[in-house]
Design a protein around this ligand. Structure first.
Ligand SMILES: Cc1cc2nc3c(=O)[nH]c(=O)nc-3n(C[C@H](O)[C@H](O)[C@H](O)COP(=O)(O)OP(=O)(O)OC[C@H]3O[C@@H](n4cnc5c(N)ncnc54)[C@H](O)[C@@H]3O)c2cc1C
Length: 519
């Protein structure tokens, strides 16, 4: 086994991992090692990136871990997670939204000091470089370029939705990251330059790639940490050349919502009973590891377009102007306690036959249901057991909100120009009207927004379910940190990519501070 020494080893080169590595290299002279299981195609300007990953107009289908949720009825639902440098920012829809100030304030109120919106605001300016100076809830001065989709860029399905929502009385929002007014509709900001999906590696890693202090191991899967009392001494990895031992003073896990808890559990930190069942020596019985898994649950409605709308989409596609998703409506159910609790948006899905399906998605942005992720065994090559348990809350609140979202989407279709763009509602279909039938539809087709979070929840040591403290340090350890979607205690009412990048930057700063204190 080969061994190497670093100040900080970062495990997982995704949205947060690249942001953390970039931050450490740009602000310190620490020797940083970034370990990524997928390939690294190098700086964007060298031209080795596959076009499929660059083209932001359509979501790529490759470079995926191949995970799936296994449901009680035996069915499996794919859970996309990218396996490539940049992580999910390399294959996502590029919607660049921040959570509402109240969402982050709730984290702080629950004991995560330093995570209130006012604390995070300066970091937002260090993460994002938004092209619109008047977008006051976006960042200005950071590394990730974003801009709003202009009306003249909207493809026919997006434009029809936007105009119908306005006709239905929803105000046009200046930006989807600001809280006021809570309900409304707008094209979203996107981390897209020309047509290029500007992933986390381009934004944060490329500017520091030439520094000798940075080492990137791609094609290298982290297995487990070696722990001596409360400190990790090394990370054991598997790469093309065999097993690798990386020795460091600090370790930051950024392997994402499934990868980070899996590495912790393989290292002996996790629910004691579960680890014992798998024959893993329990170093720290931490019951919260892998728990609190949640996402925005949602359903898809499908529509048959009018012949004219179908022709327009084909024409948009020929001109290279077709995008799957560009507009979001924020709505409020009757159960909403704080501004809005729904995202409704139009989406174009390409079928295997190359046809475009006209869809509308509805997502519940304030989910209460919680699932979990568990290990299948101690081999890092095994996919984890993912139990999302969407719509499982005991009061059936999540499904009630979702059904109201479907009714809202259907209401929008009665306004022009949607009314004449749609020939027929295919799913759930106009005959599915009663609340009970809509609930059956929602339960049988529910999926999620691809924003899973929470499996290494941040919280004070007094909370037995908390896995990391508000600096990102794993409770009970001295030098193991987590900095990705897994530490989010409660999902914000927004897409999660920007928040994950911010987490990477903020925890990197905490690690620098901890190293300074160590001397
Ligand atoms: C299909 C899809 C569409 C989305 N659309 C949007 C959107 O439009 N806007 C938005 O804001 N959010 C979107 N999201 C969500 C957003 O992209 C994620 O929340 C965010 O990227 C998560 O960042 P992360 O750093 O926590 O994890 P990731 O970005 O998943 O990074 C984890 C990295 O760790 C690596 N890794 C995992 N295990 C190991 C291991 N054992 N060893 C080494 N490396 C490992 C992975 O390969 C990956 O590169 C979308 C997500 C998906 C999947």
């Amino acid at each position: 086994m080969e061994g190497y020494e670093f100040d900080v080893v970062i495990v997982g080169g995704g949205s947060a991992g690249c942001a953390a590595a970039g931050r450490l290299c740009a602000t310190t002279d620490l020797r940083v090692c970034l370990v990524e299981a997928g390939p690294d195609y190098g700086p964007v300007n060298e031209g080795y990136w596959p076009n499929e990953l660059l083209d932001s107009r359509v979501r790529p289908g490759t470079h995926d871990w191949g995970y799936a949720e296994e449901r009680d009825d035996g069915s499996t639902i794919p859970e996309p997670r990218a396996k490539v440098i940049g992580g999910c920012s390399t294959h996502n829809q590029c919607a660049a939204l921040w959570g509402m100030p109240a969402d982050y304030d709730a984290w702080a109120a629950a004991g995560d000091y330093g995570w209130a919106y006012a604390d995070l605001r300066p970091l937002i300016d260090q993460v994002e470089q938004c092209a619109e100076p008047d977008a006051t809830h976006h960042g200005h001065g950071g590394s990730l370029p974003t801009r709003i989709y202009r009306d003249d860029e909207l493809s026919v399905w997006q434009r029809a939705f936007l105009q119908s929502a306005e006709a239905a009385g929803f105000p046009r929002l200046l930006e989807l990251s600001g809280p006021d007014p809570p309900q409304g509709v707008a094209p979203f900001h996107a981390n897209v330059l020309d047509h290029t999906r500007w992933n986390s590696a381009f934004a944060f890693l490329d500017p520091v790639r030439d520094l000798p202090a940075l080492t990137v191991y791609d094609g290298t899967t982290a297995d487990r940490l070696l722990l001596d009392q409360e400190n990790a001494t090394a990370l054991i990895c598997r790469g093309g050349a065999g097993e690798l031992e990386l020795v460091a003073r600090m370790f930051i896990l950024t392997a994402g919502v499934y990868g980070s808890p899996a590495i912790l559990m393989r290292s002996g930190i996790g629910p004691g009973e579960h680890l014992t069942e798998l024959g893993i020596f329990v170093v720290t019985d931490s019951p919260g590891v892998g728990g609190n898994l949640h996402d925005h649950p949602g359903v898809a409605m499908r529509f048959g377009p009018s012949p004219a709308a179908r022709r327009s989409v084909t024409e948009d596609y020929r001109r290279g102007a077709l995008r799957q998703s560009q507009v979001i409506l924020r709505g409020s159910s009757s159960l909403c306690a704080n501004g809005f609790d729904l995202h409704v948006f139009p989406y174009l899905h390409e079928t295997e036959a190359g046809e475009w399906e006209f869809m509308m998605y509805t997502f519940n942005m304030t989910p209460r249901s919680r699932g979990q992720v568990r290990l299948r065994g101690d081999d890092p090559a095994l996919a984890p057991v993912i139990e999302r348990r969407l719509l499982s809350d005991s009061e059936d609140r999540d499904i009630a909100v979702l059904v109201e979202g479907v009714l809202l989407a259907r209401h929008l279709t009665t306004f022009e120009p949607l009314a004449s763009t749609i020939a027929v509602e295919v799913d759930p279909g106009p005959r599915v009207k009663r609340a009970a039938d809509l609930q059956i539809f929602a339960r049988s087709t529910v999926d999620a927004y691809a924003h899973p979070v929470g499996t290494c929840m941040m919280g004070p040591a007094t909370d037995p379910q908390a896995v990391v403290d508000p600096t990102g340090r794993v409770h009970g350890t001295g030098n193991v940190y987590i900095a990705d979607a897994s530490i989010i205690p409660q999902i914000p009412r927004a897409n999660t990519n920007l928040t994950c990048m911010l987490i990477g930057v903020k925890v990197a700063d905490a690690v620098v501070q901890a190293l300074r204190e160590l001397g």
